[in-house]
Design a protein around this ligand. Structure first.
Ligand code: AMP
Ligand code: MG
Length: 471
């Protein structure tokens, strides 16, 4: 298989990574490949079906031009500082510049141990690989910046978690895998050479019009605030917003315990390890600002006048909620079919969300069907909803349906559907995975007989309210 590698991270100072080959696996078999993404990356889609493809996507065969490595980083995990993390089960094969001119990483996740594996085995099991493939591709189709999935393979090997499970590898594509935690690693060690080189690399690669760390910070804050506003508009809960899972390019990364809300409640938490609800739905914007404060802190050592930088960077972080609020208004304004939302519209939006929370209305279906009985039926308090709908009718644009059609997906990857597909996958039946993938990657298309089942909210018995990293 030919991949047109053009690597840049591998040329950065050597303390920023460790050269690392993937560990071969016994019997790789392709689960899925992404033709559209392969084409964008300059890979001939015809080669995705070759026997070599399974070997490449499993890490058994290293294609020409790759410079495999594991990146080092640190991070705050659930608020606690961890001075040493890194790619513990991922290997960066290299980078390609796509037909859109954008440089992207190609990484194998689940590729075996690295110097950063700590006590982990470097492997992934099939469940999280299927989840990441489905949800990251759904997010892309929903219009949310995200890492993507180029391929997934089973390894023919078993991994041991609480039980024995089938192993798998996902090929992840990202604008880069550089995180807030990458900056934190070098800042915390006082490694100025690496910190400066990393900053230059990130500016050149992701923020070319930033003139230095201060502008970089401003622009990262703006992208991250917009990203979180998009999550909120979809009822998406990331679940593990640790600083090592904040991609500096502003993409959603790490689909471990993520979930889309079914019946709406702002305090929703899915992740089994998020005991205190730190990463609950409604906490996401606040955590976003906290994460940007950590990024700002990591940039301070680069600034000649420390006190002035602290003052300026504090002000920059305080702009996060302002930018976020503006983005949130745009996102939810569109969901209500308001052409140009203004501050006065905030109450209309939050009043609906309050009604939804009170009655546990299905988040996606309420918005997707606003104006019909399907939405009204989500509410027990019909009088309350009708009063709200009168206000909304007076405010929404003449072309509301058109605006709303692009803002309110018919289909999101619901947790119970993902779990069902994983259960089938464990028995070797991948057909449900492909059916669900097709549905969630056309989220704004009108429902058909084939896709309608995926739009239905789970019944009480079907709902899956817990997600596990299970990595
Ligand atoms: P995550 O929770 O996925 O963000 O991972 C946190 C850290 O744990 C990262 O440094 C990962 O590389 C590492 N890690 C997670 N699972 C494994 C595993 N199975 N083997 C080795 N390292 C792992
Ligand atoms: Mg991670």
């Amino acid at each position: 298989m030919r991949i047109p590698f053009d690597n840049s991270y591998a040329k950065l100072p050597s303390q920023m990574f460790t050269p690392q080959l993937p560990t071969p696996v016994k019997a790789p078999q392709i689960i899925a490949t992404n033709t559209e993404l392969a084409t964008l990356l300059g890979i001939d889609p015809a080669e995705l079906a070759s026997a070599d493809a399974a070997q490449v996507f499993a890490g058994n065969h290293i294609p020409d031009g790759a410079a495999p490595l594991a990146q080092v980083y640190a991070g705050h995990q659930f608020g606690n500082w961890n001075p040493q993390l890194g790619d513990g089960r991922a290997v960066l094969l290299g980078e390609v510049v796509g037909s859109d001119g954008i440089r992207r990483d190609i990484q194998l996740k689940g590729a075996g141990p690295t110097p950063y594996s700590r006590s982990g085995d470097g492997r992934a099991w099939l469940g999280p690989v299927m989840r990441e493939y489905l949800v990251s591709e759904a997010m892309h189709a929903l219009g949310v910046p995200t890492t993507r999935a180029l391929a997934a393979v089973t390894t023919g090997e078993r991994v041991l978690r609480e039980e024995i499970l089938p192993g798998a590898v996902i090929t992840r594509v990202a604008r880069s895998h550089i995180r807030v935690g990458t900056f934190q690693f070098f800042a915390s060690r006082g490694d100025m050479a690496a910190l400066a080189a990393l900053t230059d690399h990130v500016i050149a690669r992701h923020y070319p019009d930033a003139t230095g760390p201060a502008e970089l910070l401003d622009q990262v804050i703006a992208r991250y605030a917009a990203l979180i506003a998009k999550w909120m508009g979809l009822g998406f809960i990331h679940g593990v917003m640790n600083t090592d899972n904040v991609a500096i390019a502003g993409e959603t990364i790490d689909y471990g315990p993520c979930a889309f809300i079914d019946d709406f409640h702002p305090d929703s938490v899915f992740s089994a390890i998020d005991q205190y609800g730190r990463y609950a739905y409604s906490n996401q914007p606040g955590i976003g600002a906290w994460n940007m404060a950590q990024f700002a802190t990591a940039l301070i050592p680069l600034m000649p006048d420390r006190d002035a930088a602290i003052e300026a960077f504090t002000a920059a972080v305080h702009r996060f909620p302002v930018i976020y609020d503006a983005e949130w208004l745009k996102v939810f304004g569109a969901k209500l079919g308001i052409a140009e939302p203004v501050d006065d519209d905030r109450a209309l939006i939050t009043d609906l969300l309050d009604l939804m929370a009170k009655d546990g209305a299905d988040f996606s279906n309420t918005f997707a069907h606003l104006g019909t009985d399907t939405a009204r039926d989500q509410f027990l308090d019909r009088a309350g909803f009708d009063a709200w709908a009168m206000r909304w009718n007076l405010r929404k644009a003449a072309n509301a349906a058109e605006i709303m059609g692009k803002a309110n997906p018919q289909i999101i990857p619901r947790n119970h559907q993902i779990e069902a597909v994983i259960a089938a996958g464990r028995t070797g039946d991948m057909a449900p995975f492909h059916t669900l993938l097709a549905a969630v990657t056309a989220p704004y298309a009108p429902l058909t007989e084939a896709t309608a089942p995926f739009a239905r909210a789970p019944s009480k018995g079907e709902a899956v309210t817990r997600t596990f990293c299970g990595t």
